[in-house]
Design a protein around this ligand. Structure first.
Ligand code: GDP
Ligand code: MG
Length: 163
């Protein structure tokens, strides 16, 4: 498959929105209801002449936190196994949640390059919240707005550096 970027994170942080932006498709279903991405979606993107594949992870079942945790675990493990660079997406507005901490602890134990992506920074105020997400122990967060595209160029520059 070549170079692969995996987008992981708890439901509703904006993974599918970023996937759609990177791959310029509507293949990944974006919805206000958690759990709408039924399966892993693969697409292609290109940045500065580098072709890369992207996988949007999902398959969430929304009935209970236990199922959530098991499912997220599985998706993060798959990402660690198959991806070259992992985008760990969080919601800058919500602060660090227990599920974010769980994902971070799995990723910290892997040897894969991880970029923390603080999404929903629509008004470029991310700098004020990034410190909290820096505490996840996975490096300096990159703030973006998957909806309006702010910050995605800098993020892709970093992805290419880590490939
Ligand atoms: P996923 O569950 O992580 O795949 O999240 P989705 O991509 O389905 O997005 C969940 C919700 O967050 C949707 O209502 C999106 O429109 C919204 N969303 C995604 N990215 C952004 C963003 O950059 N800013 C804002 N304000 N909302 C966003
Ligand atoms: Mg999704």
């Amino acid at each position: 498959m070549g170079r692969l970027i995996a987008i992981v994170g708890r439901p509703n942080v904006g993974k599918s929105t970023l996937f759609n932006r990177l791959t310029k498709t509507r293949a990944a279903i974006v919805n206000d209801t958690s759990g709408t991405t039924r399966d892993r979606q693969y697409g292609k993107t290109e940045w500065n002449g580098m072709e890369m594949s992207v996988v949007d992870t999902g398959g969430w079942v929304v009935n209970s936190d236990d199922i959530f945790e098991g499912e997220i675990n599985k998706q993060v493990q798959l990402a660690i196994d198959e991806a070259d660079v992992i985008l760990f997406m969080v919601d800058i507005k919500g602060g660090v949640t227990d599920l974010d901490e769980m994902v971070a602890s799995i990723l910290r134990r892997s040897n894969k390059p991880v970029i923390v992506v603080t999404n929903k920074d629509d008004n470029n105020e991310g700098i004020y919240a990034e410190a909290e997400f820096y505490s996840l122990g996975l490096g300096q967060p990159y703030s973006i707005s998957a909806i309006n595209g702010t910050g995605t160029g800098d993020l892709l520059d970093e992805v290419v550096r880590k490939m």
